[in-house]
Design a binder for this molecule. Structure first.
Ligand SMILES: NC(=O)c1ccc[n+]([C@@H]2O[C@H](COP(=O)([O-])OP(=O)(O)OC[C@H]3O[C@@H](n4cnc5c(N)ncnc54)[C@H](OP(=O)(O)O)[C@@H]3O)[C@@H](O)[C@H]2O)c1
Length: 297
């Protein structure tokens, strides 16, 4: 049966993929956006009508973190997430038949820089610093008020790998330009997830009504940065490859307007709760994920 699915921030990398996959499975998808490609955030009554009787609301909205952390950008990164989340909460409170489920994105960056042990939902330790504070504030805005008739799940998502978006193209470019060696020490853990598994986890959460709270959304086999670069090189086969020491990354990040934290932080995150609930990953290993992403190239 056609299910009504609403995706806020559904025009981005993950959102477009989810829209396409849900539509392929014949669901009725509507998008909330800042522009006319969907219901706009200003159209509160339309948002309410869309949410009435919906199977699920998925919220992905937020300014990209791939930028220089200037004060203005930091404010926008934070506020875009908190305000959209609060807005959705207040619209849900006005619904007569609120959505059955609300999935809000969160991020695996919420945990500390970890090279000593994996972070799961129960024993993982929350980190410090700007991006952790954003993640904490985002989850707090999501959970601060109860929604008695709407189940809530926050997906602490690792770096999403898929064709044509996200981090794949920048990494492929680095390797092609000869910088395919490790970044920094190369010993930082790279937790990742294939975009198809993000879709499958969303479905899984919809179909398992007992799941609520926070879920690490990461493949069960994270790799070291140096291993990730190695499997990329195996596929791209550059003529030369040099490591990118921290000073060079800093210089490059300044030039292209981003932050080294995005590649240097050790995110060692495992999906304990999803696996305990019986979720089976389609792409558990980095080789399987990259085989799919590079197929047809
Ligand atoms: N990609 C990853 O590896 C990854 C990993 C962990 C967590 N996440 C989180 O998952 C979410 C989706 O990721 P993504 O890669 O699909 O991001 P994306 O491509 O940057 O898309 C995010 C969407 O948010 C909306 N948006 C941007 N700036 C906004 C603002 N100032 N106010 C309100 N909405 C704004 C945009 O929709 P409109 O332009 O249509 O308004 C955009 O399509 C993000 O919140 C991200 O932090 C992503």
């Amino acid at each position: 049966m056609k299910q009504k699915i609403i995706i806020a921030g559904g025009t981005g990398f993950i959102g477009q993929y989810l829209v396409k996959r849900f539509r392929e499975e014949s669901d009725a998808v509507q998008v909330i956006s800042r522009n006319a490609s969907g219901i706009t955030w200003a159209e509160e009554e339309k948002i309410r009508m869309a949410l009435e009787g919906a199977e699920v609301l998925i919220n992905l909205a937020g300014r990209s973190v791939d930028c220089r952390y200037t004060e203005a950008n930091k404010q926008e990164i934070l506020q875009s997430r908190i305000q959209t989340t609060r807005r959705l909460q207040s619209v849900i409170e006005q619904c007569s038949i609120p959505p059955k489920l609300w999935i809000n994105s969160s991020t695996a960056t919420i945990y500390r820089h970890a090279q000593d042990q994996a972070m799961d939902e129960d024993r993982g330790e929350i980190g410090t610093g700007f991006s952790v504070n954003v993640a904490k504030a985002w989850e707090q805005a999501f959970f601060e008020r109860p929604t008695p008739r709407t189940r809530k799940v926050a997906l602490r998502t690792a770096i999403v790998l898929g064709r044509g978006g996200g981090v794949m193209q920048p990494y492929i470019n680095l390797v092609r330009f000869g910088l395919g060696g490790p970044q920094g020490s190369g010993r930082q853990v790279f937790s990742w997830i294939h975009i198809e598994d993000v879709f499958r986890i969303t479905r899984f959460v919809m179909e398992h009504a007992t799941l609520e709270g926070v879920y690490n959304t990461a493949a069960p086999f994270p790799v070291l940065n140096e291993q990730f670069m190695q499997v990329l090189r195996k596929r791209i086969r550059p003529l030369v490859y040099f490591p990118a020491p921290e000073w060079l990354l800093q210089l490059g990040a300044n030039l292209i307007g981003t932050e080294t934290e995005l590649v240097l932080k050790s995110r060692w995150v495992i999906p304990r709760k999803l696996q305990a609930a019986g979720f089976i990953f389609q792409y558990p290993t980095i080789s399987e994920a990259l085989d799919e992403i590079f197929a047809g190239d």
